[in-house]
Design a protein around this ligand. Structure first.
Ligand code: UDP
Length: 423
């Protein structure tokens, strides 16, 4: 499908929100907005930037998206950071911290911070704030955090905090992620693009074609979780829940996921999932290619219940994606998920595989309830989690940060060379 333009969103959200975006962008014409993250494909951040950047350009902003480069070691370290920041014990040695710093230092040579507004996404490129050569005069630097940093492992957090506190501001996805950072913190939940291939309407034939291609039985109810194979998304727990459900209801489970180039743990977790599934005839594990957007869309639409069994989750785009398709969602009561799933309204918030099993079974056995919740979910996402709302929030953040009383960030290379490594 051709990439959607701003005017295409009018039929989804109405005239006024689009006009408002144009009004908010008018004073910012030509401003260079730079986004920096660590992968072009896979995971929620890439998913969002893929659409936010072109729409910002259409609004007259000079938006660009740069990606840092790292070797396998770097991504192993940043995945361990990611795990530790979300509370899991990490076994890190001083050389790991050194590898992180060295990669950021190298990237500072490649990727100049040359935006008037620079959004640095997540921990991977955060140390660029220290190593960057001379940013534009008056540039504003924002750390855009997409993960749950509410209860981090102290050692990794203390290491990262010294970079985070050098930004002008941070943006978080859920209110409970706020921390005493000494810089302003904005709350901007992520969003989905209703017109992207991942979320646009599909004909029944398109949905059926995908089911047939994957050899999924069309006649029996489908329960699905679509996620990177990541332990925080607890796919093994989904299999446990499904086994409990399957004793009472004739249904099938689809666990689908692909990799992200900045997540080296996927293969290991996939192997654990395959082992947990054993030879169960009703469990399908699909390793999706990158950019399988229509496939993800069709699998979500074909499902009676969508599961997101996360134990930690910054936001969980997959939840809004399923709700938008009027599917009730059974999801972990964690991070940004309770913004999207309101227990008993558009799905159920769960705390264990047993809880998940109970909720899934209830929804499979009460299709009218499932349908009611699906409708509720769609209108909840319509009001709160579409891309146009996020774009509006980001424009408001820019306006707020350009206000004259904002403090300057000192970007002298105070940590250069001697960036103290926490051993
Ligand atoms: N996704 C995908 N293919 C996959 C697995 C996930 O396209 O095999 C997409 C999913 O539909 C969602 C994004 O990747 O748009 C994942 O974002 P989310 O916030 O749910 O989790 P993250 O991976 O960022 O932790």
């Amino acid at each position: 499908m051709a990439t959607a333009r701003l005017s295409d969103y009018v039929r989804i959200v109405g005239e006024e929100p689009i006009e408002e975006l144009r009004r908010l962008a008018a004073p910012l014409q030509g401003m260079r907005i730079q986004h920096i993250n660590s992968t072009r494909v896979g995971g929620g951040v890439a998913e969002i930037l893929d659409r936010l950047v072109p729409l910002s350009r259409e609004l007259g902003l000079d938006a660009v998206w740069d990606v840092i480069e790292g070797d396998q070691r770097f991504f192993q370290v940043t995945k361990a950071f990611h795990n530790a920041l979300q509370g899991k014990a990490a076994d890190l040695v001083p050389e790991d911290f050194e590898a992180y710093l060295a990669t950021n230092r190298r990237n500072a040579e490649r990727v100049a911070l040359d935006g008037d507004m620079v959004f640095v996404h997540d921990p991977q490129p955060a140390a660029l704030v220290t190593y960057a050569r001379r940013p534009r005069p008056g540039a504003r630097l924002v750390w855009r955090c997409h993960i749950d940093i509410s209860r981090p492992q102290e050692r990794v957090w203390r290491f990262l905090e010294r970079f985070v506190s050098r930004f002008h501001a941070a943006i978080l996805s859920a209110p409970q992620f706020g921390r005493p950072l000494g810089i302003p913190q904005y709350l901007v939940p992520p969003s989905i693009d209703p017109l992207a291939d991942k979320n646009r309407e599909l004909s029944p034939e398109e949905v059926m074609a995908v089911l047939d291609r994957f050899g999924i039985d069309r006649r029996r109810p489908i329960v699905t979780q679509i996620s990177r194979f990541d332990r925080f998304k607890d796919p093994v727990g989904v299999i446990r829940a499904f086994r409990m459900v399957r004793r009472r209801v004739n249904c099938q489970l689809v666990l689908a996921g692909g990799g992200a180039t900045d997540d080296p743990e996927g293969a290991e977790v996939l192997a654990e999932v395959q082992e947990a599934a054993g030879s169960h005839p009703d469990v399908r594990i699909l390793a999706l290619e990158t950019r399988s957007d229509v496939e993800v869309n069709a699998l979500q639409r074909a499902s009676q219940v969508v599961v997101q069994n996360s134990t930690k989750e910054g936001f969980g785009l997959t939840v809004s994606e399923a709700l938008w398709k009027e599917r009730p969602v059974v999801a972990g009561a964690t991070g940004g998920i309770p913004l999207q799933v309101i227990d008993g309204f558009d799905g159920y918030l769960i705390h264990s595989p047993e809880g998940a099993a109970h909720a899934i079974r209830y929804l499979l056995q009460n299709p009218a309830e499932a349908e009611r919740m699906g409708h509720n979910g769609r209108s909840h996402v319509q009001r709160n989690f579409l891309l146009t709302r996020q774009l509006r929030n980001e424009l408001l953040v820019i306006h707020s940060m350009l206000a004259p009383d904002q403090p300057e960030v000192v970007l002298e290379a105070a940590l250069e060379g001697g960036a103290h490594v926490d051993a």
